[in-house]
Design a binder for this molecule. Structure first.
Ligand code: HMG
Ligand code: MG
Length: 298
């Protein structure tokens, strides 16, 4: 059954900006996050505490976290691949950190320079410290449909990694179609297997829109009672270690569909569109979303 309420988990300031070659200033990142906060979003992924050599755009994560306006109803998660990242995130007063693994060995190696098993060991150190310090941990599983290096991925492998991350103490697992190749039948095959082993209320979906399938895939996920959807303002995004991956599904496109379906999110679409135009102007191009273009610049 479709949920009557959905949590939109905004990833634009992190997933959206991480692959941008144009360096966005700290001030503009803060302004973007503050605009998104005004829209009523309750989760805005603000930055990554990763190596600046690997992802230069995220080098200013601490300054971003120090400068944003933190609304009481909103949480600002950050990505942490290891204990070093976790400690920096904690010092930056993150309330939620996200560990990010993969269902593909090659993608794990290319993205975080270790095997899946090694990554789970590192994540265990993060979740242990986080638990002791009252910080919640989200888990991502990437390449849930296909890997840019290995091709199609077995849903059983996704379920196996998701269960391990849940066992480490993640409050939620986000299933990432990192390169945006899945269609609704792939999503059905995936969710048939994963929901048999992970409670639906602990699952989120994270679709990149490379082949224009993301909204259809989200609708399919709603029919599996998935009630947390990752999206990126203006359709920004891509993973630097996933060749060919384009942006995440646009927050305003998802919101328009959810509004039409009568599903409550508590998010104001006009404010999201304002944020989409703001960051697109910074990047010097129009927003990638249908809705921001249809509604026009506010
Ligand atoms: P490594 O080189 O194996 O790390 O990188 P290391 O432990 O050997 O350390 C090497 C150097 O990195 C050292 O510095 C460390 O201090 C530093 P040096 O002594 O050479 O000056 N270092 C760090 N610096 C800052 N923060 C840290 C950190 N850790 C070590 N946390 C590492 C391993 C994981 C750090 C590296 O591979 C990395 O940063 N990868 C970035 C991966 C990334 O951000 N990818 C994009 C996000 S994932 C994604 O987009 C998918 C998702 O959206 C879901 C989906 O779409 O599927 C989530
Ligand atoms: Mg992503």
């Amino acid at each position: 059954m479709r949920p009557s309420k959905v949590t939109l988990y905004e990833v634009g300031p992190r997933d959206g900006l991480q692959a941008e070659a144009h360096m966005v200033t700290v001030e503009d990142k803060i302004a973007l996050i503050d605009l998104l906060t005004r829209s009523g979003l309750t989760y805005i992924e603000a930055a990554s505490f990763v190596s600046a050599k690997w992802v230069p755009q995220m080098a200013d994560a601490a300054a971003v976290m120090a400068g944003i306006w933190r609304a009481p109803r909103t949480t600002y998660p950050v990505l942490t691949p290891n204990l070093q990242g976790y400690e920096a995130a904690r010092d930056a007063r993150a309330e939620v950190v996200a560990i990010f693994g993969a269902a593909s060995e090659t993608f794990s190696q290319r993205n975080i320079n270790c095997s899946i098993d090694e990554s789970l060991e590192r994540f265990g150190m993060v979740t242990q410290s986080a638990r002791a310090q009252g910080i919640r941990v989200r888990g991502y599983v990437s390449t849930v449909i296909a890997c840019p290096y290995e091709g199609p991925i077995d849903p059983e492998k996704v379920a196996e990694v998701a269960v391990k991350m849940l066992d480490l103490g993640c409050y939620e697992i986000s299933l990432g179609d990192t390169i945006g190749v899945g269609t609704p039948s792939d999503v059905e095959r995936l969710l048939d297997v994963v929901t048999a082993r992970v409670p639906r209320e602990k699952l989120a979906v994270h679709f990149h829109d490379t082949y224009g399938q993301a909204l259809a895939n989200i609708l399919t996920s709603l029919d599996y009672s998935i009630a947390t959807i990752d999206a990126s303002v203006g359709g920004l995004g891509g993973c630097p270690y996933a060749p060919g991956a384009s942006g995440n599904v646009a927050t305003e496109d998802v919101l328009y569909m959810l509004n039409g379906l009568g599903i409550d999110t508590g998010v104001n679409i006009d404010e999201v569109v304002r944020a989409a135009w703001f960051i697109s102007d910074v990047l010097g191009r129009p927003p990638r979303s249908k809705v921001a273009n249809a509604m026009g610049k506010p």
